[in-house]
Design a binder for this molecule. Structure first.
Ligand code: NAP
Length: 221
């Protein structure tokens, strides 16, 4: 499995404001880049915090890219994955519509009621006692044939994926805005590293819209 984390952040490293509302950080050229990356992926993953904040659909927007996928005997859209320990994903979330297969990764803490509500609209994967065990959940996704995986946030999930050693590549658009706020989500939140820090090798720097895309590979992978 190859895991690419993709995000857009402000010049001061924030993914959104302290209100956790979606903010336009990038422009049209970056949306197209993200769409191509989605189209190259078998699955797009988000945390439930992102589902609750943004209600993302996570489909490929460009019909030509969807057509190319069909021509290659792939579904028009990549699978969608929500990491959601207790099953908080609303049943009317856009990510649960029938545009693509959706996996909801739960922990044992998810109630029977939430499982029943979600099972009509998603494939359920259970891994971990209280929180989703990402290593086990991703192993199950790989068994389902999901090899090229793109992660679209948010900061809590991205931190945990680095912590679990699951990230191969980081692509980040840095846009021309200052968002600020000590409680605003950043690229990697969670508890933070204190002794050993994942390190990255810079692969490329590309100017795009009014910002820059940095592509990093995780060192020693
Ligand atoms: P998140 O990372 O999307 O989701 C975090 C939630 O996932 C946790 O609170 C937890 O909820 C669940 N989870 C289950 N197992 C986990 C594990 N092992 N590790 C980590 N999380 C686990 O939420 P977020 O950090 O609050 O980010 C949402 C914010 O980011 C929003 O403001 C959104 O607009 C922004 N965002 C920005 C971008 C961008 O590119 N600029 C992209 C995406 C999101 P449970 O305990 O209930 O399971």
């Amino acid at each position: 499995m190859h895991v690419v984390v993709n995000a857009a952040m402000s010049a001061d490293g924030k993914l959104s404001s302290r209100r956790r509302e979606q903010i336009a950080i990038s422009g049209e050229a970056d949306f197209d880049r993200v769409d191509r990356l989605r189209a190259d992926s078998d699955a797009v993953v988000v945390g439930v915090g992102t589902v609750l904040a943004d209600d993302p659909h996570l489909i490929v927007k460009d019909e030509i890219l969807r057509e190319k996928r069909r021509d290659n005997d792939r579904p028009a859209n990549p699978a969608r994955v929500v990491v959601d320990s207790s099953g908080r994903t609303p049943t009317d979330a856009a990510i649960l519509d029938d545009a693509a297969t959706t996996y909801v990764c739960l922990s044992e803490a998810a109630s029977v009621e939430r499982r029943a509500a979600l099972a009509d609209r998603a494939e359920l994967v259970t891994a971990g006692d209280e929180r989703v065990d990402l290593l086990r959940a991703f192993a199950t996704l790989q068994e389902q044939g999901l090899e090229q995986v793109m992660v679209e946030g948010g900061g809590e999930l991205i931190f945990s994926l680095f912590d679990a050693g699951l990230v191969d590549e980081l692509r980040v658009f840095i846009g021309p805005k200052i968002i600020g706020g000590r409680d605003a989500p950043t690229l990697a939140d969670g508890e933070g590293f204190v002794t050993e820090f994942p390190s990255l090798d810079l692969e490329s720097v590309d100017r795009l819209d009014d910002g820059v895309v940095l592509t990093w590979c995780v060192a020693d992978r």
